[in-house]
Design a protein around this ligand. Sequence first.
Ligand code: CUA
Length: 307
Amino acid sequence: MHISVFDPASPQAANLLWLWKACMWVCVFIFAVVTASIAYMLVRYRQRDSNEPAQTGGNKKLEVAWTAIPIVLVTLLFVLSVVVARAVDRPVRREPDIVVTGHQWWWQVDYPAAGATTANEIHIPTGQDVLIAVESADVIHDFWVPRLGRKIDAIPGQRNFVWISAKQPGEYLGACAEFCGAQHAWMRFRVEAQNSAAYESWLAAQAGPAAEPSAVDATNGKQRFRQLTCANCHNINGVNPQKQYAPDLTHIAGRKMLAGELIQNTPENLRRWLREPNLIKPGSYMPNFHLDDKDLTDLTAYLAALK
Ligand code: CUA
């Protein structure tokens, strides 16, 4: 899974790459003309004797040419930009499919119609234009999936919109593209594009309540989740009321990565994270609760069972 604007996987990203190439070729043309002219004049008008060279007072043809050519180039770039902007940023005339909220340093992902919430992993159906509303809970972030669409700022108190889509099923890496504090670099996320049947069943499962633990340690873990202050920030559907100060954990075991793509979501890593989050992600707002071994085992067992 790579992150590159040069390998577009959606019409939006392909349009942007096309515009980038068009601008680059215009710049290459200008660069070539200026460089060649300088080289020619360095040789042609080099000093051969001590006489002052002939002075030219004005040249109407030249002046018209060097005014007209830049106007044509700038107009061309303007028209191309407008055409691409219209294709990429179509007008928003309906409710968003997904609401993404930037937090220091993770992404909250809500599917309003289905009533599902997750974090750092956005599932979309392939072959459809997906409208995402982008918001922020704290500072300015920037939502960007280079292979699927444009960048869009996440600004507190302001709802922005972006269209993304994916032609093929697959995983596409995203990143926060606006410096937002200590862990800006690990404010990554992934978009998982699925065919519509797989997407619908994922969405239905996400909207459902959390799995009920059956094993003894997991059952203890659920109790400890409530007793300790975990429940002050994290939501688990059916366990404590809707709170989104920290990533939703209702189906955390179904996610591939933890901590903004920093570590794989395995029971071992989950335990390491619970033991001392700041060792893994310095500056993270997840505090160190100095949990003892039993709590670590029980909480890990509980969270790992939340498929
Ligand atoms: Cu959020 Cu950078």
